[in-house]
Design a protein. Structure first.
Length: 201
């Protein structure tokens, strides 16, 4: 890396600007396990070191992994294992792919705040809304909320994610009554136990 490009990267880090820091270009790279591994790990090492600039990096890794899955087919499992050996665990790989596959992230990734945890929570919330057939309403709301300074609390407050359910668990409030039918024959020993139980209740 020459001094000019190094200076550009340092400036981006200081200004908390992740755009252009990461690249998953496969130009002049073989579309093999080795090629994808090199590209993914270059981005992972960079993103993992800059928590506040990680969103775009992990998103790019997810895109590269999705591309690798399509290109490598059966060999993709070998790539995942190789990456895990290098410290990029398979659960993380799955998270990055899930985020990269998100419609909302694909459309607005350049407007999202840089922290990856927000990207992940947003993707999980979108998946939940899709399962409830509320995806259109969700996207309409997110258009108004998304900006580089957005924090997760903005989203959780808007969708009332932290409001406890108004439904109370019935078993916390039900009163249970126990009665004993003394017309039935009860052994003396048992009768004492039951009488003691009634007192305790």
């Amino acid at each position: 890396m020459d001094m000019k490009s190094h200076k550009v990267e340092i400036t981006k880090i200081i200004e908390a600007d992740a755009k252009g820091l990461y690249s998953t270009s496969m130009m002049k790279m073989p579309t093999t396990v080795k090629g994808f591994k090199k590209v993914v790990m270059q981005n992972f090492k960079l993103a993992d070191g800059f928590e506040k600039l990680s969103g775009v990096g992990f998103y790019e890794i997810g895109k590269a992994l999705l591309k690798a899955k399509e290109e490598l087919k059966h060999d993709f499992g070998n790539l995942k294992k190789e990456l895990a050996k290098e410290g990029l665990h398979e659960k993380k790989q799955e998270r990055y792919m899930m985020v990269a596959n998100s419609d909302i992230v694909q459309k607005y990734y350049n407007k999202l705040p840089p922290e990856f945890t927000t990207w992940l929570k947003l993707t999980q919330l979108q998946n939940k809304m899709i399962s409830q057939n509320k995806s259109d309403a969700f996207e309409d709301s997110m258009k108004q909320l998304i900006n580089p300074k957005m924090v997760w609390k903005d989203v959780s407050d808007h969708f009332k994610l932290n409001v406890p359910s108004s439904k109370k668990r019935r078993d916390h409030y039900e009163t249970h009554y126990i009665s004993v039918d003394w017309s039935k024959k009860v052994h003396k020993k048992d009768k004492k136990l039951v009488m003691q139980l009634e007192k305790d209740l």
